[in-house]
Write a protein that binds this ligand. Structure first.
Ligand SMILES: *[C@@H]1O[C@H](CO)[C@@H](O)[C@H](O)[C@H]1NC(C)=O
Ligand SMILES: *[C@@H]1O[C@H](CO)[C@@H](O)[C@H](O)[C@H]1NC(C)=O
Ligand SMILES: *[C@@H]1O[C@H](CO)[C@@H](O)[C@H](O)[C@H]1NC(C)=O
Length: 145
């Protein structure tokens, strides 16, 4: 089970119906200065980027059948687009940790595997759409290989 999909893991490519309709209407646009815009490159150490990467990792772990949790090891690129909230794209490497899913640990405290057999890294692309005023986070795309 652990070594299934060493070549390629196609987690999810998912655009929810809810997201599609929301993009097409103004009903969720708050009374603010927020205007839709083009994606801009943002610093990889930006707290919003790190949060978006973590949301992607949660999704990855939720969908994987690995007994261990993965977490982000390196964010290589990120963009932000203001569109009914904040839409991040994040290119991030994730690595297998020593923490198992069963124990529900704090991911920040999980060390990466050092055992050569278990060590594993995937390169992921996540699209994370955060609508703060609705307290909503949607993963629009999650692709790891
Ligand atoms: C919302 O927009 C209206 C019209 O532009 C303005 O009068 C009102 O003060 C705004 N409300 C807030 C909370 O910004
Ligand atoms: C994934 O998330 C869903 C919904 O929150 C939850 O019901 C399910 O148990 C999770 N699965 C795993 C493997 O964590
Ligand atoms: C590494 O992990 C494998 C698979 O679980 C195990 O068989 C092996 O004993 C481990 N090696 C070390 C040095 O812990």
């Amino acid at each position: 089970m652990l070594f299934r999909g060493t070549l390629m893991i196609l987690c999810i490519l998912h655009l929810s119906a809810e997201a599609r309709t929301a993009f097409g209407t103004d009903r969720e646009l708050p009374n603010s200065t927020i205007k839709p815009g083009f994606p801009i490159t943002v610093k990889t150490d930006d707290p919003g980027v790190q949060q978006a990467a973590r949301f992607g990792v949660y999704r990855y772990n939720n969908r994987s059948n690995d007994i261990f949790l993965f977490r982000e090891s390196h964010i290589s690129k990120a963009t932000l687009q203001v569109v009914r909230g904040l839409k991040y794209t994040v290119n991030v490497d994730i690595g297998r940790t020593v923490c198992t899913k069963r124990t529900h640990p704090d991911l920040d405290r999980c060390a990466f595997q050092r055992n050569k057999t278990l060590r594993q890294t995937y390169s992921c692309y996540f699209e994370v759409w955060i609508t703060p005023w609705l307290h909503r986070v949607q993963i629009l795309a999650s692709l790891c290989q």
